[in-house]
Write a protein that binds this ligand. Structure first.
Ligand SMILES: *Cc1c(COP(=O)(O)O)cnc(C)c1O
Length: 395
């Protein structure tokens, strides 16, 4: 097979490669299970494949209940409903995250209070959280960036002391652990994503992990348009009726059957990604020693899932020109996030706790390298050698 990194001698002499940033991996069994759902004629949610996915997630997390949703965003919205977030309630979260972390609470009138992140993991800085708590604070939403666990013991202790809820945004954390515990299984609630850019996928999908059993029944009702249809399906009531406010948060069996194929291979998917991650980590060590970049830091208590490989370019290097050179060489590298506290919606809906210097610094220096199953050794070498030339200005 021809490598994507092969040089094209016919052009202007510049290497021509095409290494996309992401390529969704499919195990080969997805259509098989989708055909079963098709054959069974049960296409709406909560059929046998949804049940299998629930059982898998419950076993992996030891949660009181797990519920598939059509996205992680939906699971976070359910969390905001379950916590009865009301206008003016404050929710402590990082600014360095995806918009859904904040949006789910803003939809209920909640006010995101953006706290800075740690310099090592880019996770919520637990040392700054207590100072951001006010009379209005209702919850803390730690985001496990890159599938590396936040300092959950400290965060849970702070939450307990101040009677706050903890909702883990574990969108990137499927199959990762903190002190042996699955990410998403530590706070009262956790949220997973199965979006095609994540590790385990079904296109668009997610899950709510319910660790506090007090939320189990109401979560079921909120997810089924505010009805007790789930109890009706189990034969616990003879009709189902409107019980509370709610929405439609459940995915169809077509998504669940696709996801089932992926969950069966979740251990393998994770080990493949870890191998890619380790290859980058070895190849990039000399560049770190030369002061050109910083590699990811994984605290000893965290077992990560190789969701992404991100680097910080040295402060005196212009990231935009590095990205431009990578692009010209056919390497699909990207940056993120535009800090929420400095974005138009973040400024109008939330507030920053302090100046967030770490968030501002890393958001201007971070680059994510291509990471997907199927990426070859030679492609990774090509990414790294191209990056080296871009960082040293010798492209
Ligand atoms: C991907 C992601 C989400 C949103 O996930 P969807 O399933 O696309 O809704 C939320 N939070 C974080 C941190 C994410 O990375």
């Amino acid at each position: 097979m021809q490598s994507h990194a092969d040089h094209d001698a016919s052009g202007d002499g510049a290497p021509k490669a095409s290494i996309p940033f992401n390529r969704p991996y499919m195990t080969g069994r997805e259509l098989h299970y989708m055909a079963q759902a098709h054959g069974a004629g049960h296409l709406a949610g909560d059929g046998v494949f949804t049940q299998r996915c629930h059982q898998w997630m419950s076993e992996r997390t030891n949660a009181a209940k797990t519920l598939l949703t059509h996205s992680c965003t939906a699971a976070l919205e359910m969390a905001a409903l379950l916590l009865e977030i009301a206008p003016g309630d404050e929710i402590i979260m990082p600014s360095y995250t995806f918009v859904s972390t904040a949006n789910a609470f803003v939809l209920r009138g909640g006010v995101p209070v953006f706290v800075d992140v740690r310099t090592d993991t880019f996770n919520l800085d637990e040392g700054l959280v207590e100072d951001a708590i006010t009379e209005r604070t209702k919850a803390i939403v730690p985001v496990h960036y890159a599938g590396v666990g936040c300092e959950m013991d400290t965060l849970m202790a702070i939450a307990k002391k101040h009677s706050l809820y903890v909702v883990e945004d574990a969108a990137q954390g499927v199959m990762a652990r903190y002190k042996g515990r699955a990410l998403g299984s530590i706070g009262q609630l956790g949220a997973y994503s199965f979006h095609e850019t994540k590790n385990v996928i079904c296109g668009e999908g997610g899950a709510l992990i319910i660790n506090d059993p007090a939320f189990a029944t109401s979560a079921e009702i909120i997810r089924e348009k505010g009805t007790d249809r789930s109890r009706f399906y189990r034969g616990e009531v003879d009709k189902y009726t409107w019980q509370s406010s709610g929405s439609s948060f459940l995915p169809s069996e077509l998504s669940a059957s696709f996801l089932w194929a992926q969950l069966l291979e979740a251990d393998w998917l994770t080990s493949e990604r870890l191998a890619l991650w380790n290859t980058y980590n070895v190849l990039l060590a000399p560049l770190e020693r030369r002061g050109l970049l910083r590699r990811p830091v994984i605290p000893v208590e965290c077992e990560h899932n190789a969701h992404m490989y991100q680097i910080l370019v040295a402060a005196d290097i212009d990231r935009q020109s590095v990205l431009q050179r990578l692009k010209e060489a056919g390497v699909g590298a990207v940056f993120h996030y535009v800090p929420l506290h400095s974005s138009p919606a973040g400024r109008s809906f939330g507030r920053a706790h302090g100046d967030l210097p770490v968030t501002i610094d890393i958001s201007s220096r971070l680059i994510r390298l291509p990471m997907w199953i199927g990426l070859s050794d030679s492609e990774q070498q090509y990414v790294v050698s191209t990056l080296e030339r871009a960082l040293t200005g010798n492209a």
